[in-house]
Design a protein around this ligand. Sequence first.
Ligand code: TXE
Length: 484
Amino acid sequence: MEKILNYINGSYCAPLCGEWLDNYNPSTGKVYAKIAASNSEDIEAAYQAAANAFPAWSNTTIDERSRIMLKVASLIEKNLDKLAEAESEDNGKPLSLAKSVDIPRASANFRFFGNAITQFASEAHESVGLDTMNFTLRQPLGVVGCISPWNLPLYLFTWKVAPAIAAGNTVVAKPSEVTPKTAYLLGEILTEAGLPKGVLNIVHGLGPEAGQAIVGHPKIKAISFTGGTKTGEHIARTAAPMFKKLSLELGGKNPNIIFADCDYDKMLAVTVRSSFANQGQICLCGSRIFVEAGIYEKFKTDFVERVKKLKVGYPGDETTSIGALVSKPHMEKVRSYIDLARQDGGTVLYGGETVKVTGYEDGYYLQPTIIEISDNSCRVNQEEIFGPVVSIMSFKSESEVITMANDVKYGLSATVWTGNIDRTMRVSKQLESGIVWVNTWLNRDLRTPFGGMKDSGVGREGGFEALKFFTETKNVCIKYASEE
Ligand code: TXE
């Protein structure tokens, strides 16, 4: 059976303990590969490789770092089909989505940060009249840790490692044990692109074992993590007493606020996507839909009608809109929330059932599900479900919907649909979320700050924010004599 090996010091290698985990294909429910179950010894080996590579890499010219990163970007593009197939097989997402979004974005991440580093500069502050000059150095941190989740595997893995190495750090990185395949394949690309050995080390294994060993390693200076809020809390508890730099991108329970004065057709089409793209397994999905009372009944009918047409099917089939959920335990978790919604008085307007796809009966397929609720405080509206499940409810006024939108522990993103510019400004300013999209969704310019408020995380990724995170800021203050 195929083996997912670690990539340490520029070479593929088996885990030192000789232990392996099963890798499931969610669209068939079958084990199709074995994953290295690394432990702290493997992390130590990866750390040593990274530490040895750091002096040379941190002194490599910006042009050279950029050149190698652009080469990685081109090679990801060249291997689009192979990587997209691997992503779809590992994660259950439609192949069309992996081809059009995940893999192109992984390439874009390397290209973006390979270019951004050539423009990254620091400030100088002259203390006029005091014969003093200050300048700011932004120096790489050393060896850093990057830990990524399963929903957008190569997309989020590269979103972290690219700025880390662009800034001159060396890295120990762990993709999710649920979807390790594309990060594994990236190793070949790094070698072909000529990335020096040890600059990026990719280690596979369980979160509490391999992940914990990265976070708890005394010499790993920073942790960039995307994943569940509970895991984020645990990571913060381990890392904070060691004074590590932390960037945490955690869960969301994002409001999608629809005012009657919006461009209705555009809103409807995008709302279907923002609800169910990637089987609803994107931290930015708008899982709480609030609709102004005047158009509520019309929206309800039209939305259900549209969602009924989404085809749940085998991810490799071109007509599939909704593939398989990532794992059996995850599907059970999502289903338990649908049961809970029913107990709490919610009405399932559409969906709620598993789907048997012919030829793939053991796969983890679930209908897109719309639940009508009347109380924002119910658990279905307060907890992250992270599946193809949205709730809808109506509202009467701007102030009422802002209160409900903010009345949740998360604060990652929000979407607002309105044709009124004054309302756009008022609402955007009051929403407690790191990102507000108005009349659009998941519209990303990689230069913009990305991250959440409240329990959705700490810090911002993207653009120079990421390069700042992966560097230590030092002020050099020089007093000079004005006369000889
Ligand atoms: O994520 P975990 P899980 C949410 C979503 C989902 C829930 C749990 O609600 O249902 O989180 O998903 C590593 N030290 N999101 O359990 O466990 C782990 O190996 C260090 C939202 O799959 O947070 C993986 O690489 N690392 C999210 C990564 O953390 C640890 C995307 C994420 O896994 C660790 C995914 C530990 N102690 C799930 N424990 C988003 N924000 O996009 C685990 N890991």
